[in-house]
Ligand binder design. Structure first.
Ligand SMILES: [Cu+2]
Length: 202
């Protein structure tokens, strides 16, 4: 893996010395452009990024209304509790406001990922609120009844482990096939992870 990275960096160096300044912006490989920008592009970095998921939200740390439920540990965020509440349900349902939608900035990124068998998934809470990344057999509600809006809680949420803001977890030993994960606090935060042997055949 490391060897590939060095090879790319060397190649990039060759490009930068051989090309005129105009050409560097138009005809270089992505690796060469990365090297120009002071970034060392390696294949191993790319593979690593392909098995990371970030749990995100956008809570506004200036809103004291977050305090009673754990506060908001983001430095920059702009969603107040009031705005969060506005997006919880859709009025375009029968009965009106009868279905859970959830604020779109409470999300997993990416929300779908394919990884190679045997790889460990790395999940980081990059939001300012507590989340969970809980494997469930079927997507459902979580363990905070007001945030379920009619969804039956997924049974796995009864023992879900909190991931506080800023904390990283690893999910290892995933069997081949599709795995479903949800946040048991904000159940619209979902992710699917497909574990497969041959990444080339995707
Ligand atoms: Cu959450």
């Amino acid at each position: 893996m490391r060897r590939t990275g060095i090879a790319l960096a060397t190649l990039a160096l060759g490009f930068t010395t051989a090309c005129s300044k105009d050409e560097t912006t138009t005809s270089q490989t992505p690796e060469a452009r990365a090297a120009n920008a002071g970034i060392v592009a390696t294949k191993s970095d790319g593979e690593d990024n392909n098995r990371k998921i970030a749990m995100r939200d956008n809570c506004d740390p200036r809103d004291p209304a977050w305090a009673p439920t754990g506060g908001c540990l983001l430095r920059k965020g702009d969603v107040t509790v009031a705005e969060f509440g506005l997006f919880l349900r859709s009025p375009l349902t029968n009965p009106p406001n009868g279905q859970l939608i959830g604020h779109p900035s409470w999300r997993n990124e990416p929300s779908h990922l394919a990884i190679e068998s045997g790889r460990t998934l790395r999940v980081t809470n990059e939001g300012g609120r507590t989340h969970t990344f809980t494997e469930v057999k079927q997507f459902g509600g979580g363990r905070v009844p007001p945030l379920n809006v009619g969804l039956t809680p997924a049974p796995e949420c009864a023992t879900a482990v909190n991931v506080p803001a800023g904390v990283k977890i690893e999910v290892a030993n995933l069997t081949d096939g599709i795995h479903r994960f949800e946040c048991c606090i904000h159940p619209w935060m979902r992710a699917t992870v497909r574990v497969q042997r041959e990444m080339e055949s995707m």
